[in-house]
Ligand binder design. Sequence first.
Ligand SMILES: Cc1cc2nc3c(=O)[nH]c(=O)nc-3n(C[C@H](O)[C@H](O)[C@H](O)COP(=O)(O)OP(=O)(O)OC[C@H]3O[C@@H](n4cnc5c(N)ncnc54)[C@H](O)[C@@H]3O)c2cc1C
Length: 488
Amino acid sequence: MPPTRQAPTAPPEATLRLPAEFVALLYPVVCLAPLGLAMTRDVAPASLWEVLAAGLGLAGLAAMAVQVVTSGRFELVSGRLGIDRVMAFHKTAAWWVLLALLVHPVAYVIPTYLADPALGLERLIAYHTLPQYRTGVIALSALILLVISSALRNRLPWRYELWRGTHVILALVALFCGLHHAVTAGRFSALGAVHAYWWGIGIVAVAVMAILYGLRWARLHRRPWRLASVTKRADRMWELDIQPAPGTPPLSYRAGQFVWITEGARRFPLFDHPFSIADSPERPGLSLIIKEAGDFTSRIGTLAPGTAIGLDGPFGHFTREDHPADAYLLIAGGVGIAPIMGLLRDLVAQGHDGPVRLAYAAGDPDNFACLDEIAAAGSQFDLQSWLLSEEDAPGWQGDLGRLDRDRLRAMLDGLDPGRTVALICGPGPMVTAVSDTLVDLGMPMKQVIYERFDYSGGASAQDRRMRRRFLGLGAALGLGVAGFAALG
Ligand SMILES: Cc1cc2nc3c(=O)[nH]c(=O)nc-3n(C[C@H](O)[C@H](O)[C@H](O)COP(=O)(O)OP(=O)(O)OC[C@H]3O[C@@H](n4cnc5c(N)ncnc54)[C@H](O)[C@@H]3O)c2cc1C
């Protein structure tokens, strides 16, 4: 039986969020639509290979356009899926977009190559050098750079902001040059419904960019927030209290969601960073718990009260409202305590009456934040907590070690795993290990919810299942293209 009891009072939906199943269905529809439209057009007869090549181009270009809205910034698309899944899909789909568009010119010359290899190569070179195909070549080159620079991001000696700016520029070059190539050189796209489809895609892409970098930029300046205070909570960990500036409306969010923030004069969307809200919507303003990790976060502790803060959000589904249950396991690793404190503070504010078990693990006792508050929460509702430090230190009163199988079993003791939801946030390796162990201990996978702050640490069983589903979507596109070639 699905867990249902504790559904907290939710704030009104600030944004429309499409159901996950609908988004999954929409994907092949949008990507294969140009093929369907192409079948309504009368074009000069072509060989199977040529139609296959055209199909790969059409589906690849549409899938490339969809990448723009699977960047995790649209609650409409990612609100019910969660940023983890949307980012994982974005990364996986990039590979089949690249594959389809790499094979696209090659497939055109395969019959010629089979008959006469020298002539086949000559045709392939012509496709890459003739002026009428130039925008296609630019699009493909930008796409190759885009995918490779993303795959190697952690190994490139670039600042994150530089990588992100380059990513956006390469994506725009790839998409708009690709669209130009389709409408000027495409067999099916020169006129009619497919032509109109590409214009529609182009207009949507311009609108998306205008929203992301125009409207949101203006909003970061027109509706600023102000830093009320910065408090040190642990070693290199700070809590920021942020309040709306006069005239800025309060944020309607759910405990556990996150926002993107910028500060001072650098309030431009390209410079923003995601941080979980460590607060309850019942309290005015909001707080963020931030760990120093690099350029942006290292400045956090030095920000002066009164600093203007640009805030975009809320995002995410790491909330009780999205995952109602009888009992909750709240599990934090390191700075993963940020959204967990948001959930905990909300449980206190709402006067929660179901069982909640909290585990908080960190490297050493200096890394723990908000311990007094966690202890106080234990006397306000049915909360049991486990504090786990890998290193010992004088005065440490929690346990030593990691959140292993025995400890997770102890957390579940007395709870019905089928009516319990686990909300886990922390470093990649910890999230992966804890998620797999909880599933092993009998928790249904769909009730083990996590949000990662970094994507290291391999894949959990849940990630692997998700990837198989993604590959199913990729295979559906492949079948669609094959069907188009066979019928065309
Ligand atoms: C959904 C989500 C919620 C998060 N919540 C918190 C939180 O509550 N508290 C906290 O301390 N940290 C949180 N983080 C991590 C935080 O966003 C990064 O630590 C921060 O952006 C690092 O920026 P930097 O310039 O200081 O470090 P850098 O050295 O520039 O980056 C360190 C690493 O952080 C990641 N990163 C950097 N900038 C961004 C960005 N703009 N968008 C996404 N990832 C980025 C990259 O993987 C990068 O390699 C969260 C991350 C995500 C995805």
